[in-house]
Design a protein around this ligand. Structure first.
Ligand code: DX5
Ligand code: ZN
Length: 212
């Protein structure tokens, strides 16, 4: 299992040290939650902070865009050369165009599904993405409880992926901890995002290892 700690739950007064710590503690990616106060009822951070984070991160960036005007923000953050840029299917009008653009700029495109959105929506686009991110909470906040219907959804998605694009990864985000990780693994999930489970722990390495 690959682990992408979400810095949403980090101590922002010590952000540089926090990013260094999770990278040293075995993080595979650094998950960055961009919220605009419109697509979700919360605001996080923008370029002035992310460009500093990118300088100290020794692991690839995994950007999760919870915003309106997706194409504007895609272009805004692509210069950071993130490994993944994830866009919500619920917000993007011309998904194929947005995804092709992300790929043309050297990042891996990913599509995010909210808890209520069916994996069947991906039938005609799954061939074109490198990852699908399944939300296991309603996006907007860290520290929420895990919505367990993501497990059968991940299994169904895995079947679709095996038929249409076996290279495509599955990532799950929200409420992930050491009690649901095994079910996620068994459902075919490749990467988990974890915020509060890691940053609330005294020992980040132990927390990351327990998920792995
Ligand atoms: C929620 C964010 C998540 C969040 C996860 O909208 O996308 O990445 O930080 O936090 P936890 O692991 O605490 O649910
Ligand atoms: Zn996220």
């Amino acid at each position: 299992m690959l682990v992408a700690p979400s810095i949403l739950s980090a101590n922002f007064l010590e952000l540089g040290k926090e990013v260094e710590s999770i990278c040293k503690a075995g993080a595979d990616f650094v998950h960055l939650d961009i919220m605009d106060g419109h697509f979700v009822p919360n605001l996080t951070f923008g370029m002035p902070i992310l460009s500093q984070v990118a300088k100290v991160a020794t692991k690839p960036l995994d950007i999760h865009l919870m915003v309106e005007n997706v194409d504007f923000f895609v272009d805004y953050f692509l210069p950071l050369k993130p490994r993944f840029v994830s866009v919500h299917i619920e917000e993007v009008k011309h998904l194929h165009r947005t995804i092709s653009h992300i790929r043309s700029q050297g990042s891996s495109p990913a599509i995010v599904l909210n808890p209520h959105t069916s994996e069947q929506e991906l039938q005609y686009i799954i061939q074109d993405v490198d990852m699908v991110l399944l939300m296991s909470v309603n996006p907007g906040f860290g520290g929420q409880s895990f919505i367990s219907s993501v497990i059968p959804k991940a299994q169904n998605l895995k079947n679709l992926i095996l038929q249409k694009n076996p290279q495509c990864l599955i990532e799950v985000d929200g409420g992930v901890n050491d009690t649901n990780i095994l079910a996620l693994k068994n459902a075919g999930v490749d990467i988990v995002v974890a915020g509060s489970f890691i940053f609330d722990a005294n020992d980040y390495k132990k927390a990351i290892d327990s998920l792995k």
